[in-house]
Design a protein around this ligand. Structure first.
Ligand code: NAP
Length: 405
């Protein structure tokens, strides 16, 4: 086995026979993972004729791990993720209101995967609730490690909540009633700026037009408002040559046409602009909660989260993942739509520099949708026969070979 490594400049070194870790996940996870591995292997074979390949290393997590080891995320699995550097995962169950923390949140914390990257674009042929879904081509960079997801919260009747209420009353004269639960929203300059940096770097690398900082700074000035200010400050200090602000751009659009425009939108406005002026938005940099909301809303405009991919990326590690959950009612039936995980694998192939395979795979998926070869989630909206999950993967492979020959 040959593991991917990271050099001192945080650049990936990827061997031709690269080991990639995979977590099947719960519910529909095993079905969609099998489909994903099938199409990824085929795309690499088509692109590199045997010169490159992936050695898939299974990593146990979730219900399967619990059954076998008594733990949902065993220490050995964490070690494997560390060793692999790059992994891909299916969805994992998070029991609501029960004792253990979301495994997804734990993984993001453990490996400092601070940027949740979610590209959203339209595939012709996919049913959409809007008139011009083809205008959508955005990538959301969502901060993944702080904000209201930090887990600093107290139930209304706990000792902790009482202590915090007493402290607020004593120190600041803020009075909260005894039935008030408390959550804390920490947002720091370092973590906000490293997220915005990743978004701007992506925009530069991919020749995108703008980065919009999404925030609710008019109300939460020292968290959301600071996120916006720190974002602009970072663009000014680290990317002065490549970026301009929207104000500067509007005054001199011809002279600044080659610059990436940094703009900001208040969160509620961002939601309506995404619907009404879709084509004017490109990369979105958002705090954790805003990013969570906007990425699902954008995905809905082009056919839903069943087909939207995602990645959790840090300076060293990256875990690519299906955006949707475990859809337990479809578990083991071979009927789920594997597109989200497959497009996440496209992102992964690009991330490790295997761009040719990524493009071939992307074209295969695009061709399937163009030809109306879809799984039941979309077939029922189109009144056509549904493919099974595994059949859909086979159809992608057929089209990859055809488009290439
Ligand atoms: P969900 O699993 O995403 O499923 C909700 C509905 O979305 C399904 O009933 C199905 O709709 C549709 N769906 C989702 N993925 C699909 C796919 N690949 N193919 C076809 N249809 C798909 O959301 P949930 O029911 O809220 O969550 C279930 C469990 O997943 C929970 O334990 C939750 O914590 C977990 N979860 C995990 C992740 C993750 O690991 N990243 C993310 C979200 C949720 P129809 O019923 O209309 O057919």
């Amino acid at each position: 086995m040959a593991y991917i490594t990271v050099d001192d400049d945080k650049k990936l070194k990827v061997p031709n026979r690269a080991t990639i870790g995979y977590i099947e996940g719960d519910g529909i996870g095993p079905d969609i993972t099998k489909a994903m591995i099938n199409v990824v292997n085929a795309s690499i074979e088509i692109a590199y004729s045997g010169e490159r390949s992936i050695e898939w290393e299974k990593i146990m997590a979730g219900e399967e791990a619990f059954e076998k080891t008594g733990e949902h995320l065993p220490k050995d699995s964490l070690k494997q993720i560390e060793k692999c550097v790059i992994s891909i995962k299916g969805p994992l169950t998070t029991p609501i209101g029960q004792g253990f923390r979301s495994l997804n949140v734990t993984l993001r914390r453990q490996f400092d995967l601070y940027a949740n990257v979610r590209p959203v674009r339209y595939f012709p042929g996919v049913p959409s609730p809007v008139t011009h879904p083809e205008n959508m081509n955005m990538v959301v960079f969502r901060e993944n490690t702080e904000d209201l997801y930090s887990g600093i919260e107290w139930k209304y009747d706990s000792d902790g909540a009482k202590k915090v209420r007493d402290f607020l009353s004593r120190e600041f004269g803020i009075s909260l009633t005894e039935d008030t639960g408390i959550g804390i929203k920490p947002m720091s300059k370092f973590k906000s700026q490293r997220l915005v940096r990743k978004a701007i770097e992506f925009a530069i690398l991919n020749k995108r037009k703008s980065v919009t900082i999404m925030h609710k700074g008019n109300i939460m000035k020292y968290t959301e408002g600071a996120f916006k200010d720190w974002g602009y400050e970072l663009a000014r200090t680290e990317f002065a040559q490549q970026t301009t602000t929207e104000d500067e751009y509007l005054q001199n659009p011809d002279a600044l046409s080659d610059k990436i425009v940094i703009k900001d939108r208040i969160a509620d406005n961002m939601f309506q602009q995404a619907l009404t002026r879709t084509a004017e938005y490109d990369i979105i940099a958002a705090s954790n909660l805003n990013g969570d909301y906007i990425s699902d809303a954008l995905a809905a405009q082009v056919g839903g989260i069943g087909i939207a991919p995602g990645a959790n990326i840090g300076d060293v590690f990256a875990i690519f993942e299906a955006v949707h959950g475990t859809a337990p009612k479809y578990a083991g039936m071979d009927i789920a739509n594997p597109t989200s995980l497959i497009l996440s694998a496209v992102m992964m192939l690009k991330h490790i520099g295997w761009t040719e395979a990524a493009e071939i795979l992307d074209e295969g998926v695009t061709a399937c949708y163009r030809d109306h070869r879809v799984t039941q989630d979309l077939a029922r909206l189109m009144n056509i026969r549904a493919l099974k999950c595994s059949e859909f993967a086979d159809e992608i492979v057929k089209r990859m070979r055809k488009e290439k020959s």
